[in-house]
Design a binder for this molecule. Structure first.
Ligand SMILES: [Zn+2]
Length: 76
């Protein structure tokens, strides 16, 4: 398990979709090899919660699965 290096974290408030306001959290990390980036996005809005994580580095994307702030080597 590799802890990713955070580059940027920001959260933006959102007026919401009729069930109250919330936040959209965006986090940016360096990928394990340092050649690309890992993006994490979470919508923390009542009635509309989803999160997504993706890596711009093909090599690391093939090699690891990502969770918030963490990369785990895929089992072969
Ligand atoms: Zn990489």
């Amino acid at each position: 398990m590799i802890k990713l290096k955070a580059i940027e974290e920001k959260s933006v408030s959102h007026v919401g979709y009729g069930a109250g306001s919330g936040d959209i959290i965006n986090e940016e990390y360096e990928c394990p090899c340092g050649q690309g980036k890992v993006f994490y996005e979470k919508d923390d809005i009542p009635g509309f919660r989803s999160s997504d994580i993706w890596c711009t580095c093909k090599e690391c994307d093939d090699k690891y699965t990502f969770r918030r702030g963490i990369a785990e080597e895929k089992s072969k």
